[in-house]
Design a protein around this ligand. Structure first.
Ligand SMILES: [Zn+2]
Length: 371
């Protein structure tokens, strides 16, 4: 009799235990694992998805809903989760929004001013920031408008979170005649003479565009006649060797580059986009001296056309602008399809018997974005 009662009791407890176990397992089997880093930047694009490390056996509802990151501070975000058993759970997630991004200063790295003339160095300088606040730029450094010379000064812009951008620029106090031509001169690290004329940089008559030297937004209106004529010669020569080379992308205006670059940044982020697409004003395609040929992708590398171009383009005044292994120098990865007209004399020097030199190495200049 006693034995029977005990057995029954064990059975009941066993069932209760088993049910409890099921519930516990059920809850843990199907759950959200919240991300460990919940710090985001002001106005950063964040989706509910980004707050979760792992969705375990269930579904995060509204995972592509964006989260408002336009105000600083802590924020509670409810996440709705549907378990595999069909019931809903709400997770309260606290995120932190702060601003760690520096403002961006748009400025001309070289400014000219006439001797003895008062100058407003912040004129034409603009500041943008992810905080969308109105930031005034300040000038640091000493100069004397009554003395001819070259002064190294800084533009400084600080957002309300204390992030500071600091950009060096040169103020040239020059005589009347240089100012009227809107020219200023500089010397490269290899001793070449450079000139900035109406915002366009030339070294020994070669127009320079890279991450350090930009073009004014109004510059350019198509491939230059010299570039086109030389390309036709090159194209004809390639055809004799049985190869078809054509321009896939030639001149690109400043405005076109704005659209392109913005799209790439949206897709891949700024850091990645900067390795393959130029920022507006910094694209060589705006110069009218540059084009991409045939297949504008890594698939073009080592094709008969790419090899022919690398060995022969200099004969027509073109250079392989971004050679393999020179990313640290040019700021761009290897682009087997991107060619630049520089004229036969310089092209042959840069061809360097097949061991391509870059414009940056040859002239002794940098290619680094100002921020
Ligand atoms: Zn290109």
């Amino acid at each position: 009799m006693k034995k029977k009662k005990l057995k029954k009791r064990i059975k009941v407890y066993g069932i209760i235990f088993f049910l409890l176990l099921l519930i516990v397992i059920g809850f843990n089997y199907s759950k959200l694992e919240i991300a460990t880093d919940l710090n985001f930047n002001l106005n950063e694009t964040v989706e509910k998805n980004d707050l979760v490390k792992k969705v375990k056996h269930g579904e995060l509802l509204g995972k592509e809903e964006s989260i408002d990151t336009s105000t600083l501070g802590e924020k509670n975000i409810p996440l709705q989760f549907k378990t595999i058993f069909g019931f809903k759970k709400t997770y309260k997630v606290t995120i932190q929004i702060s601003d760690t991004e520096k403002p961006h200063i748009s400025y001309n790295p070289i400014k000219n001013s006439k001797l003895n003339q008062e100058i407003d160095l912040t004129n034409g300088v603009s500041v943008s920031d992810n905080s969308n606040e109105n930031i005034k730029v300040q000038v640091e450094g000493e100069y004397d408008i009554h003395k001819l010379g070259e002064y190294k000064l800084y533009y400084i812009a600080k957002d309300s979170s204390g992030n500071e951008a600091r950009e060096e620029f040169t103020l040239n106090i020059v005589s009347d005649s240089s100012v009227s031509k809107n020219e200023s001169y500089f010397t490269t690290s290899k001793g070449f003479q450079g000139v900035v004329r109406d915002g366009v940089t030339y070294i020994e008559d070669t127009l320079i565009v890279n991450k350090s030297y930009s073009l004014p937004s109004t510059f350019g209106n198509g491939l230059t006649n010299e570039t086109l004529a030389s390309f036709k010669e090159l194209q004809a020569a390639a055809l004799l060797d049985g190869l078809n080379i054509y321009i896939a992308s030639g001149f690109r205006s400043y405005d076109r580059q704005v659209t392109l670059y913005d799209n790439y940044v949206k897709r891949d982020g700024k850091e990645k986009a900067d390795t393959y697409s130029a920022r507006p004003g910094y694209s060589e395609h705006q110069s009218g001296l540059t084009f991409d040929v045939n297949e504008v992708s890594d698939k073009f590398i080592n094709t008969p056309e790419a090899n022919w171009l690398s060995e022969n383009c200099y004969k027509y005044g073109f250079i392989l602008r971004y050679p393999n292994g020179k990313q640290d120098v040019t700021g761009f990865k290897y682009e087997a399809w991107h060619f630049r007209y520089v004229g036969k004399e310089l092209a042959e020097k840069l061809y360097n018997n097949g061991d391509w030199l870059t414009i940056e190495e040859y002239f002794g200049i940098d290619s680094v974005y100002p921020d």
